[in-house]
Design a protein. Structure first.
Length: 278
């Protein structure tokens, strides 16, 4: 379904006021759609009731409003905020610290908070992290867009989608190895293409990127049997395939090593607000 436009969002709000108006007797003469005074009155009454509801539920209305204001600015494509889904990178000391620790410095905006007093806060997802981090605007700047990357599963054009697709692909390769099956060539090719794209976009070492993704892949694979696997045993073929490391033993995974066959792929997301795609 196509992304909703500002006019459609405004109509959703008008429909909400229509329903709210029907709760009260003697309001049939109010015409909030055409009369500014009526619109202000109904909007004010609705906000008051929502404040009471938030208090009854133990929710902080001002925080909710600040977040809603941030999403509104994002949907308005305001130059004052980074839009939901936009690519950003750490700046200044925050970037220096991440580089020193070998952590990603680039990520995607999944949410934002624009308080009345204090800096704008962004929720940013970085590579290998399952939850977004809260970062103030002063520590962020725009990042180059993720390159459109063709794969057998379609064109991938944002880093979160690339990471999710790569983890799913690496998991299928790992499961095939565990079952003693030959991984699909499309999966082997996509693994290399997506990994290369994420490595290049994040500006990180290939092994560091693989390490960040390995935990996600392992969570989808059967746990090894400790009775059949000694602690000092080398990495299993599934683990090697999942990490996309060069094969340490020339006798292992010869048939799975794809280097000779490698090929070159408005919500809101996620822990982000529900997608504003209608």
């Amino acid at each position: 379904m196509a992304e909703a436009r500002a006019e459609e969002f405004a109509e959703f709000g008008a429909a909400a006021l229509d329903s709210f108006q029907t709760l009260f007797e003697g309001t049939d003469d109010l015409d909030h759609r055409n009369n500014d005074t009526d619109a202000r009155e109904l909007l004010g009454d609705l906000l008051i009731d929502l404040m009471h509801y938030a208090e009854h539920r133990g929710l902080e209305f001002n925080d909710i409003f600040a977040q809603a204001h941030g999403y509104y600015l994002s949907e308005q494509k305001s130059p004052d905020v980074f839009a939901i889904g936009s690519a950003v990178q750490l700046d200044g000391p925050a970037a220096d610290e991440a580089i020193l620790l070998g952590q990603p410095t680039r990520g995607s905006v999944t949410g934002l908070l624009v308080p009345h007093d204090g800096p704008t806060e962004y929720h940013v997802r970085f590579l290998g992290e399952t939850r977004s981090r809260t970062i103030i605007a002063a520590d962020l700047e725009s990042a180059p867009p993720f390159p459109a990357t063709p794969t057998a599963q379609g064109v991938i054009n944002n880093p979160l989608q690339a990471e999710e697709t790569l983890v799913e692909t690496m998991t299928r390769i790992g499961r095939a190895d565990i079952d003693g099956l030959q991984p699909r060539q499309d999966d082997l090719n996509d693994r290399h293409v997506l990994l290369d794209a994420l490595v290049a976009w994040n500006g990180m070492d290939r092994y560091n990127v693989s390490d960040l993704l390995l935990a996600e892949v392992e969570s989808h694979l059967p746990a090894p049997n400790p009775q059949n696997e000694a602690p000092s045993q080398p990495l299993s073929p599934a683990q090697i395939a999942a990490q996309d490391f060069p094969i340490p033993l020339d006798k292992e995974l010869t048939e799975h090593h794809p280097e000779s066959q490698a090929t070159s792929r408005p919500a809101v997301p996620p822990d982000s607000r529900h997608n504003r795609h209608r």
